[in-house]
Design a protein around this ligand. Structure first.
Ligand code: SF4
Length: 441
């Protein structure tokens, strides 16, 4: 049987449309008309829509602006597909799981009002963390993918317009990682291969039919809630994912040639990374280019985040975490907050915290916190560690991290996390960002 998804879906000369989202939400329809997005669609096809639902916070007030695909863009896409006769539409994704923060896909479906989509348009929703997965050979790797992706005939990829600490951008290519089983997602974060190499092979096998970037917001220092959302009100769409991502990267202020997965793909498939070679329809690209910060700044020696220096935190090193998967990326900002808030004005007694797989102990710390199963395994019997304090979990739960800190003289207080999330809500309220984009209740 011929596979419906895959690199044969590339259309090197297909145009990319850049449109304003519009007061009447007309941006998606305009973009699809301009790029002829449904050229190869026929109503008998089984459609899968893949948004970006990276993670959620349910235990505190949460402002998801720029972090997740908006519900309003998804509704517009569904309406257009229904108008074109689509009978069988599945909306699916699998978020980073974190029980202590309430990050589970079914909770996101509920919070973002997807039941309305089910009732109104007769679509189905699928949690890719649950249900059946199938082992698929992707280049040299063997990874488990959610079954609905193998059963669809027409894949609509709907990432949000975000930067990414590791991969610089998280657009069409990176959004496809969400089709993997949680364990396979973790497997993609290691020291031997870059995450971009995995993205290349996933794209080769599951190249979509249509990519629509939800650019109602752009996210600086993405991909998580610690980034800053900017309301940009644009939609980018095209039948060729590579071209759409080259345009999306340019809009974020990232050179496509500096994005490893785009470079690998360009080399293998003889594609140009020059945005000027793409036929662009709609708005003028230059008028919408931002220059966004990508990474949380770390000190030159990579031993602590710059915010520690700025706030005069002494005696606590956190080397830049390497090979950190989304599970720990999600917890990590809260850990920084706990340390920043603890023991104000009093230097720590020469501590360090290691996360992920590749960050190394200084050899001078009195206590080394090992955040999660990865550093615990990686630094087993490491002679440079004087006293190891393992905090098991994959990812470790925030309550266990607080307990470990408190047991070793760090006055960690969960209250700082709540205050932080409240401050994010206030920040976006001040900016007037509407909750209705996400159908938040
Ligand atoms: S310990 Fe953390 S970084 Fe390692 S696989 Fe688990 S969640 Fe990912």
């Amino acid at each position: 049987m011929t596979e419906k998804l895959g690199v044969h879906n590339q259309e090197k000369d297909a145009p990319v449309a850049l449109c304003a989202w519009g007061a009447k939400r007309e941006g998606v329809a305009e973009a699809l008309a301009l790029c002829n997005g449904l050229k190869h669609f026929d109503p008998s096809m089984r459609v899968l829509i893949k948004p970006n639902l990276v993670a959620w916070v349910d235990t505190y007030p949460y402002a998801p602006f720029g972090v997740l695909t908006t519900s309003v863009v998804l509704e517009e896409i569904i309406k257009i597909l229904k108008d074109h006769g689509a009978q069988d539409i599945v909306l699916g994704d699998g978020c980073a799981l974190n029980k202590s923060f309430g990050s589970e896909t079914h909770i996101i479906f509920n919070r973002l009002g997807y039941n309305r989509l089910v009732e109104k348009y007769g679509i189905r929703i699928a949690d890719f963390n649950e249900g059946a997965h199938v082992k698929v050979k992707l280049g040299p790797y063997s990874l488990r993918v959610a079954r609905p992706i193998l059963e669809c005939d027409f894949l609509v990829n709907v990432p949000a317009l975000k930067t990414h600490e590791l991969t610089k951008i998280t657009l069409g290519f990176k959004n496809l990682k969400g089709i993997l089983h949680p364990k396979s997602k973790q497997h993609c974060h290691n020291l031997e291969h870059s995450i971009d190499e995995y993205l290349f092979h996933i794209a080769n096998r599951f190249y979509p039919n249509l990519t629509i970037i939800d650019g109602i917001y752009m996210l600086e220092r993405g991909p998580m809630y610690v980034g800053s959302a900017h309301r940009s009100e644009i939609i980018i769409a095209g039948r060729d994912m590579f071209s759409v991502d080259v345009v999306g990267a340019t809009l974020l202020g990232v050179k496509p040639s500096e994005v490893e997965h785009l470079s690998i793909f360009a080399k293998e498939h003889k594609r140009s990374l020059d945005v000027n070679t793409i036929e662009l329809k709609g708005l003028n690209l230059e008028d919408h280019v931002y220059s966004l910060q990508i990474q949380t700044p770390w000190t030159e020696d990579g031993r602590m985040p710059k915010i520690f220096k700025k706030q005069n935190v002494k005696g606590f090193q956190i080397p830049y975490p390497r090979a950190l998967c989304t599970g720990c990326t999600y917890v990590f900002p809260s850990v920084l907050l706990l340390i920043l808030d603890a023991n104000p004005g009093v230097p720590f007694d020469n501590y360090e915290l290691l996360a992920g797989k590749g960050s190394n102990p200084s050899g001078k710390a009195k206590k080394t916190f090992l955040m999660g199963n990865c550093p615990i395994a990686f630094h087993k019997n490491n002679e440079k560690i004087t006293e190891a304090i393992p905090i098991p979990g994959c990812p470790p739960q925030i309550g266990d991290i607080v307990k470990a800190f408190n047991a070793h003289g760090i006055n960690a207080d969960m209250g700082v996390i709540e205050r932080y999330f409240n401050s994010l809500v206030r920040r976006y309220e001040k900016l007037g960002y509407p909750k209705k984009d996400y159908w938040l209740v």
